[in-house]
Design a protein around this ligand. Sequence first.
Ligand code: GTP
Length: 346
Amino acid sequence: MKAIILVGGEGTRLRPLTYTVVKSMVPVVNKPFIEHVILRLAEHGINEIVLAMGYKPDSIFEYFRNNSEPNIKLSYSLEEKPLGTAGAVKRAGSQVKETFFVLNGDVYTDIDYTDMLNFHRNNKAKATIALTRVEDPTKFGVVETDQNGRVQRFIEKPSWDKVTSHWINAGIYILEPDVLNYIPEGEFYMFERAVFPEMLEKGEPVYAYASDAYWIDMGTPEKYHQLNCNILGGNCVSPLHSGDKIVIDSSSKVHPTARITPPVIIGGGCVIEEGVELKGPVVLGKGCLIKKGAVIENSLLWDNVTVGENAFIINSILASGVNINDKARLEGQTLNREPGPATDKN
Ligand code: GTP
């Protein structure tokens, strides 16, 4: 079965991290985020993946050119200008002849895709939208249904006095190919604001599959950090990591006096000097140097990060190549060596 994953957005909310790495490629427990998503789909037999790309596609091409999965058929659809969620699917799905999935490329979930597909088929739906429950629905698209799950109404970002439901659009859809007829070719078009409301108006069977499975939109530094911690802590599953342990790549050197409290992952070629303390959840990418006496707690360090002697880092994210001075104290920081758009490059 086919899935189109939308990975063409600029990821502005995840800045400054996305100044150097596109959102779908940011490392989650040391593997590109999108790889976790693709392997989860493959576990449910959804192994024909189309990546709908626009903004900075090169690193995605390059990664999968060198890391192809034997059981996954990966293809690409490239937009010259952003086409929006639906416009991108129209372009990527022009040859689709069967029921297919669409995923926002920044969502991670434990949802049972197989059960969702059964729900879609049992209801003879033309479109099925996965719903997830959130505490604060005012920033999201709320979806109202009848007791059989048939969608009645969409309310985009309701004010609190208009909140009638805490179930929101989770950014995961199952569509029949003729839904593509609702989308104009080559135009910017959105599912949430245009396609689904238009289908409702026409009386089409649009259903919602409500699920309390793990779900996160990792599109902000806080949520991105949370996703890493959740996978590390075993609060959600990933085909690429099983939680709550210490994993140290054999090419890394850890001084015997270093104290490591799980969950911690240390990538290849790292050096952890005398008296260092790593208090999980902590992830170190490849080639990190953690100098004497430094303490790192609840933080994510990408590749080639250097942390100076006796520095203290807590609740922070440090992108590749960041250098932290001796004795520095960092709390709740997200740092990239590239400070902004002037140095924005792929
Ligand atoms: P922000 O700028 O932080 O809002 O991020 P975004 O635009 O990347 O994400 P948003 O939440 O708005 O979009 C949801 C998903 O759709 C993300 O995975 C985006 O990559 C993707 N997306 C958004 N717009 C487009 C588009 O025009 N084309 C494609 N192919 N994907 C898109």
